[in-house]
Design a binder for this molecule. Structure first.
Ligand code: SF4
Length: 128
């Protein structure tokens, strides 16, 4: 049986490279990272959905590989290493204009992602 489901991704063939075997999102529902809304409406995900995806990405050991892949493939859809399409576009502009390099941007983004997650976790613990 051939699935009639229309892929929501731009580069389906590159979706599951080797590094993805170690991903925190492995085996999870795609809607966690691509939103539950209409894929033709931008953005298809809510702020809460982005936040939930970021919490998973913040603990992912392959976040650097993930974001690098998304940037190199010019991924328009989904949350990759906690980044939105808008953030990736901004990174690519900075890289293209020579303000920074792709590896530096990836490192900064992933480091910031981890810090934000730690803050949220600490806040959650204090509130309990
Ligand atoms: S960083 Fe997030 S989207 Fe990327 S592989 Fe890890 S859990 Fe999945």
């Amino acid at each position: 049986v051939v699935s009639e489901e229309v892929p929501r991704f731009k580069n389906v063939a590159k979706l599951y490279p080797d590094w993805h075997q170690k991903a925190r999102c492995l085996g999870t529902d795609d809607s966690l990272f691509f939103g539950s809304g209409d894929p033709d409406v931008r953005p298809p995900y809510t702020l809460a959905e982005i936040s939930n995806a970021r919490a998973i990405c913040a603990e992912c050991p392959v976040a650097r590989e993930c974001l690098t892949t998304a940037l190199k493939n010019r991924e328009e859809y989904g949350v990759w290493a906690g980044s939105t399409r808008k953030q990736r576009k901004a990174i690519l502009i900075r890289v293209k204009t020579g303000v920074t390099t792709l590896p530096d941007e990836v490192e900064e983004h992933v480091t910031r992602l981890g810090r934000v997650h730690i803050k949220i976790t600490i806040k959650g613990v204090v509130r309990e």
